[in-house]
Write a protein that binds this ligand. Sequence first.
Ligand code: PLP
Length: 452
Amino acid sequence: MACNMGARDIETLVHPFTNLSKHRQTGPMILDHGKGIYLFDDAGKKYIDGLAGLWCTSLGFGNEELIEASTAQMRKLPFASMFTGKSHELAIELAEKLKEIAPGPASKVLFSSGGSDANDMQVKLTWYYNNARGLPKKKKIISRMRAYHGITVASGSLTGLPPVHADFDLPIGNVAHTSCPDFYRGAAPGETEEEFSARMARELDELIQREGPDTVACFIAEPIMGAGGVVIPPASYFPKIHDVLAAYDVRIVSDEVICGFGRTGNWFGSQSLGMKPSSISVAKAITSGYFPLGAITIEEPLYQAMIKESEKIGVFAHGFTYTGHPVGCAIALKTIEIYQRDRIVERVRKLAPLFAERVKRLGEHELVGNTRSLGLIGGVELVADRNAKRLFTPNKGVGMYCIGECQRLGLITRAIGDTIAICPPLIINEAEINELFDTLDAAIRSTEDWVT
Ligand code: PLP
C-alpha cells in the first residue's frame, strides 16, 4: 500500500500553497507520525517540528489526554447540530471558558471550523451590525498589506498577500489595505520606532479619509503577522493606531489565530502588543491543532443588533454544520485545561529569553539581515546585502533552499519569501530549543555556502 505514495499523491491531490507545477516533479514529503515536538516521515527520518504543524500544535504530537478526550467524546456524542436552538454542554462550557479568558468585551461566542471562516464571520457580522444600526453605507473593512486572515472569498480579501488575490478576482469590494508595520523593511532612513508608528497611524488616518469615514466599519489585524513574514510591530504601533480608530466608531478585530493561547507570552497576542480589540478570532491552538475548530467573540452591542435582526428577519441565518462540533469542543476544553494546569503562559515567558537569544545569534551570519522574536515565535530574514537590506531576487529561491537544508538536517519549518519562520510547539524544552537552533544555524551556514 505504501509503495508509490509520491506518484499516487501527484495523481490525486491538490496541495495548498504549493507550486503545483513543480510539485509534479518533486513530489510530496510524506509524514507518518509524531511524538512530542518531533515528526517522522515515511522512511522513519526524524524532524523537529519547527512550525508547530502549521502554527497550531502547541501541545505537540501524541498527547494522550487530548486523544482520550477526543475518543471519549466520539463514543458519547460524535456530532450534535447547534441549528434551531439545539445545544450541548461542551459548547456551553467552551463558550464560558473563552469569555473568561478572552481580551475585550466578549459577550457571546460563535464557533467556526477554522480561522478563515472565523474571519469571514467577522466581515458578515460587521455588515449585519451596521445594517441593523441603520448605517448601510458603513461597510468597509480595513486590513493591512501582508496580513494573513485566511483564504475564503471574504477572509482572502482581508489577506494582504498578492498571490492570494491574483487571478482569484480578489479582493472583493469594501476591503482596503493600509501599510504593514514592518519597521526593518519600512522605516525611512533615521526614522525612530516612535516616528515610524506615528507615520503608520497617519497613513491609516489618510486611508480612512480617502475611503470616507462614514463608510469604514472595521479594522482587523494580527498582533504579530505570521504568514506575512513574522512581522512584530514596534510597541508604540497599536496604541497610535487606536488613537486614530477611536475617532471613527469602528470595530477592532484581533486575529488571534496564531498569537492566541500563550504563543507570545500572554494568553493573547493583543495583550502583548497593546491592542484593544472589540472582538477576537481564534482557531489553531484552541485544539492544539487536533481538530478543526475556530471561534469569534461577539461584543454586546453587536449581539443586541443580531437580536434585532432576528426579530425583523425571523432567524439568524448563518451557521455551519460543524458549528460547535462536540468533539472539537471536548478537545478545546481539554487543551485549555492543560494550558492552565501546566501554566503554559509562564512556560513561554520562562523560555522566551533563551529563544530570543538563539534567534538573535543567527544574526551573526552575513546572510541574515534581520532577526525578530516575541515569546516562542520568531523570524530570520535572509538578504543579499546586509548593509543595503537588499533582498535576493525571488526566483533565486534562497528561502526555499534554506528550508530544504533544514529538512535535510532534520528540522521542518517554513520560508515566507526569504524569511524563515520559527514557531515550535509550546511544550518545547531548553535542550530542544538549542537543538532546533543548532540545526537552523547549520542550515543557514550551508545556504550561505550555496549562495556565495
Ligand atoms: N488568520 C491567521 C492569522 C492565520 O495565520 C490563519 C492561518 O494560518 C488564518 C487566519 C486562517 O486559518 P485557517 O487556515 O484555519 O482557515
